[in-house]
Design a protein around this ligand. Structure first.
Ligand code: ADP
Length: 381
């Protein structure tokens, strides 16, 4: 492949072309006017002062011939001198341009050197921004902003992998210990085998739920989001699926949704609504009540899920939507949660152009608000 020309060389060549053009034009006009002047000089009969006697023998044509020869020589010398001057000006100009362009581009070279030395580990250390206030300073600032954002993503990914590994380790450790115990005890009574299988099944279910949540989290962008669906059916369907825990814990669930059609991915939206309802039921006290309301206003569908649970401390109301975050780690784990439910709700809402947040319910519990635009959502949807 042809080696690309450096910016310095390109700028120098461009300036050189311009300078050459200017010099050529200047030399040409100078020479033209000089020739014109020579013609005018020649046209004037410059005669030496003559006496009356000499007047009789004056040889006019000879004098005029001499003059035109002198003018011709002078013209030749002028042409040569102006060409030499042009060449000298061009050479000096090119040298100066090359040096000056190098000087102007030096901060860019320095910036490139700093950037070249960066690795994923020191992305958070900003580049030194020159106080010139020019485009180079602007470039350095833009690079710092970009590397700041990249650093955030790297840190998030690192935390995500760390937390995911940690989450997988717990059920795997339980499985390993149980298998070891079973092998050691060699208790093959049907009840013992049944117990063992039940524990195995529980942990395997937990692992597979985590894997599907993780897969869903990473594949959201690729999912089709153009289905038309009824908000009432979506919410009622999710509430019906929770009939068993609701009955077990004697929780009353009140669903009040006005008729409205949503556009999106049915499976994903069902998952988001289900997760919010499941949490409301899971964290409600036995005998408590959960209220689900859905209204449409200003082109947005708003769903509210209000419970009588412990509520979420104000300072954690953003963090609970991060993957693997739990307010009460031990309690949530005990209830089988992997801390991915709300992260999925947020990701699903965002991929549909909506949002989710939590506030304190008047009863002291939590109120989750899910907002979804009624149109096709995000432009790429
Ligand atoms: P989990 O699967 O652990 O429930 P989630 O992502 O659904 O994970 O929720 C994250 C954390 O937010 C939970 O561990 C819990 O501490 C808190 N949380 C979620 N919903 C509620 C709620 N309705 N009431 C109180 N706390 C909640």
């Amino acid at each position: 492949m042809k080696k690309p020309m450096s910016l310095r060389l390109r700028l120098t060549l461009l300036c050189a072309a311009l300078l050459t053009l200017c010099c050529l034009l200047l030399t040409l006009t100078n020479n033209l006017s000089a020739v014109q002047m020579a013609h005018s000089v020649q046209a004037v009969p410059l005669l030496p002062a003559q006496t009356a006697e000499a007047d009789a023998h004056t040889d006019f044509p000879m004098a005029s011939l001499e003059i035109s020869e002198t003018v011709r020589q002078a013209r030749g010398i002028f042409h040569l001198q102006s060409l030499l001057a042009m060449a000298a000006v061009l050479a000096a100009g090119l040298f100066l341009i090359y040096r000056l362009v190098g000087k102007v581009l030096a901060p860019l070279d320095e910036l490139a050197g700093q950037i070249r030395g960066r690795t994923a580990e020191d992305l958070e250390r900003p580049l030194a921004v020159p106080d010139s206030g020019d485009e180079v300073a602007e470039l350095a600032r833009a690079f710092n902003q970009m590397s700041g954002r990249l650093n955030q993503v790297f840190v998030m990914q690192k935390n995500f992998s760390h937390n995911a590994a940690h989450e997988f380790r717990t059920p795997l450790a339980v499985l390993k210990t149980r298998i070891g115990l079973f092998r050691k005890k060699r208790d093959f009574r049907p009840e013992a085998v049944q117990d063992f299988l039940q524990i195995m099944e529980g942990e395997v279910d937990r692992l597979s739920a985590m894997v599907s949540s993780l897969l869903e989290l990473t594949n959201l962008e690729q999912m089709e989001r153009g289905e038309r669906l009824s908000a009432e059916q979506l919410i009622q369907g999710a509430a019906d699926e929770l009939a068993l825990p609701v009955a077990e814990r004697q929780i009353s669930v009140l669903v009040d949704v006005s008729p409205c059609t949503l556009t999106g991915n049915e499976r994903l939206l069902h998952r988001a609504v289900f997760n919010l309802l499941e949490n409301a039921v899971k964290y409600s006290p036995t005998g408590g009540s959960v209220h689900v309301a859905g209204r449409q206003a200003d082109g947005v569908f708003r769903m509210e899920v209000t419970d009588q649970g412990p509520g979420i401390p104000t300072e954690l109301r953003q963090q609970i939507f991060e993957p693997f975050f739990r307010v009460d780690d031990a309690r949530s784990r005990q209830q089988g949660g992997a801390g991915l439910g709300l992260a999925l709700v947020r990701a699903i809402a965002e991929v549909h152009g909506g949002a989710v947040r939590v506030e304190e319910a008047p009863s002291g519990g939590s109120r989750f608000l899910l907002e979804l635009p009624m149109g096709p959502g995000r432009p790429d949807a």
